[in-house]
Ligand binder design. Sequence first.
Ligand code: PLP
Length: 382
Amino acid sequence: MKNYYNLSEVNKIFLKKTITDLKKISKSGFYISASYVKKFEDNFAKYNGSKYSIAVANGFDALKLSLEAFKILKYCKAGDEVIVPANTYIATILAVSHSNLNPIFAEPEKKFFTLDPFEIEKRITKKTKVLIVTHLYGHLAQMDKIMSVAKKYNLRIIEDCSQAHGASFDNQKSGNFGDAGCFSLFPAKNLGALSDAGIITTNNKKVFKVLSSIRNYGEEIIKNGQEIIKNYGERKYKNIYKGFNSRMSEINASILNEKLKKLDHHNSLRVKKAQIYLKTIRNKLIILPNIKKNSLPVWHQFIILCKKRNLLKKILEKNGYPTRIIYPIPPHKQDAYKECSKLKLPITETIHRENLALPIERHHKIKDLKKIVILLNKFDGK
Ligand SMILES: *Cc1c(COP(=O)(O)O)cnc(C)c1O
């Protein structure tokens, strides 16, 4: 088992169709935001049970544009506070900073890796307008309780679904709870393109309208409820917002359409592997991930906690099993967020100090997982 990721293995079953599509796309003369992208938006919205979806250039843009749309719609304004999970990937927080909003770090639940509803409530001030929930490692956060906190304080919710394509809570898929669901389609995600890509889901028509426009320089796309531009050959160059450039390529949409058909199957293979770990790892030195009631995770990562994490990693490596630390440094301890370094976030810091991601990708064979479990169960911390 050489590599933790092997994307060539993931994509090879789609290669033939991708090449056929590439020829068609090249001949068509339309390379961005045309028929394949449109089809992917329809397919993804349908798959996700969402009313609308908007294809964008990457996961960071999905978050950033959602916040910009919220500002345009006056859900918040520059200087307002946005509660974010302290233990998310830093992109979630950077999107807030780059929108001239203030990220307020909140701790995860001790038993899980997702936002603690009580910790959210503790941090609410008059300036709190938005809450970003990250469904980290493929598990949805405690959305029933989080939704009631949001309702009580009139907060808008953005879900960072970049690690939770297809995951659900109370039979509702990620990206349907708040006003925007932001998905990265970076190659290594559960649903990944051939380069950077992203998509936003929403059930809010106003958010949909603004996002459709600002991802394309703020051009007017929808007028009187009608889409007036079907592809960029028909552009009118009428700009209604100070927008951005964040569009999806046709070739990415083509492979994403194919991979979406297999997403549930491929997620189920991860679930199977996670079950093996959950059922067979037995070691007091290792803490296994918990699953919330009514939650169906898609195991973007399988994370264990261990006080002797570095030693354990070394032993697995020596035996030929690659692992990852996701992530080694919490955002508030990064040089990029020096101004936050004094914050006390003990649960977050423990997770970063003790986490280890075990192999769970397509190319990792069950027989190798079983050998990993033997090593884990033998581990005595020395
Ligand atoms: C991957 C990821 C992002 C960023 O997505 P990009 O497509 O790389 O911009 C944001 N948030 C989370 C939780 C992620 O895992």
